[in-house]
Design a protein around this ligand. Structure first.
Ligand code: SF4
Length: 335
């Protein structure tokens, strides 16, 4: 690694911004709909060498909707990258073999909240497919799997709230050996359902919007320190919440990452975060960054031995002794 090269915990690469669903909670963007071409992706991987070992193939869009997802994963493996895939869980059957065998794939995050946007019979069918895949993954792979619920916070994640009863029932039936009894609800906590399989309830976050009122002038964020994101057209942005590319810092197809990070906008943002000053208007309207604030672990929560691999690595604190995920895999994460 050269003297000016920064290493990130994770880099998000948006391989497609197309999706087979149109969930109500997802960000709407006017960017043209594109799939990243194979040679372009290979170029991105080349330019990320030495900057990270972990990729999340997602900003907007459904990664499994990319027509060459198998080839993209093969390129990741050849480049020595570990991959974290976040999927809406509706395209698993067509990719079952790939997901169970791709050597680059380290973690699969399945957004169960997407299922609530579908017709009840379709939802049940997909949940069955998800459970079948998870069972097979436990048996035959080393994959980590995070089953995520948005819009289930401490108040609404009880079975009494009604909305997710059936889903919890199905999971209770499927994973009777869960380390924590979930038959009475989740109550805002994360649960280890099986070896390497986490059920993570999370409050739904609001995408930062320039049209929203300014919320904070002061504060910090882990963007550009732990992570950054590359949109499907190569635009480098500070974080995976910048769905419209408002925080564009440069383009990976035209500049090296070192050059981009040395640019005036990236430098101002980093210096601002270091001094608790939110330089960018989008950051002043972002509540998600508060999830990056380091929290004291809840010593009474269920144990987790896998730092940063429970599906919440965006918000996992890096120091082992303060890693909330070691104690509770329910802490919030990105999309
Ligand atoms: S404050 Fe929000 S919008 Fe700004 S870089 Fe951080 S996560 Fe992104």
């Amino acid at each position: 690694m050269s003297r000016n090269q920064v290493e990130f915990k994770k880099i998000y690469v948006e391989i497609t911004n197309r999706c087979n669903l149109g969930c109500s909670f997802c960000a709407r963007s006017d960017r043209p709909l594109l799939d990243m071409e194979l040679n372009a992706f290979a170029e991105v991987l080349k330019r990320l060498q030495g900057h990270t070992h972990d990729l999340s193939l997602h900003v907007l869009g459904e990664p499994l909707f990319h027509p060459q997802i198998a080839s993209l994963l093969a390129l990741c493996h050849a480049s020595g990258m570990r991959v974290n895939l976040t999927t809406n869980g509706t395209l698993l059957n067509g990719h079952r073999q790939l997901l169970l065998t791709a050597p680059a794939l380290h973690q699969l995050n399945i957004s169960l909240h997407s299922l609530n946007e579908l017709r009840a019979d379709t939802t049940r069918r997909h949940l069955k497919e998800i459970i079948a895949l998870v069972r097979e993954a436990i048996r035959s792979t080393a994959l980590y799997i995070s089953l995520r619920f948005w819009d289930m916070d401490a108040r609404t994640s009880s079975r009494d709230s009604g909305k997710h009863h059936w889903l919890l029932d199905e999971l209770v039936t499927a994973f009777t050996d869960a380390a924590v009894d979930i038959s009475s609800g989740l109550h805002g906590r994360g649960v280890l359902l099986a070896d390497r399989v986490f059920l993570n309830p999370e409050p739904q976050f609001a995408w930062p919007r320039l049209s929203s009122p300014e919320a904070d002038k002061y504060g910090s964020c882990r963007a550009l320190r732990d992570h950054l994101a590359i949109l499907v057209d190569g635009t480098v942005v500070a974080c995976c919440l910048d769905a419209d590319g408002h925080l564009a810092l440069g383009n990976i197809f035209h500049q090296s990452l070192v050059e981009i990070l040395a640019g005036p906008r990236a430098r101002r943002m980093r210096e601002g975060f270091a001094h608790q000053w939110l330089v960018e208007p989008l950051c002043r309207r972002c509540s998600y960054r508060r999830r990056f604030v380091r929290r004291i672990p809840d010593r009474s929560a269920s144990a987790c031995s896998e730092e940063g691999v429970c599906g919440e690595s965006e918000s996992c604190t890096p120091a082992k002794d303060v890693c909330v995920q070691q104690k509770n895999p329910s802490a919030s994460a990105g999309n």
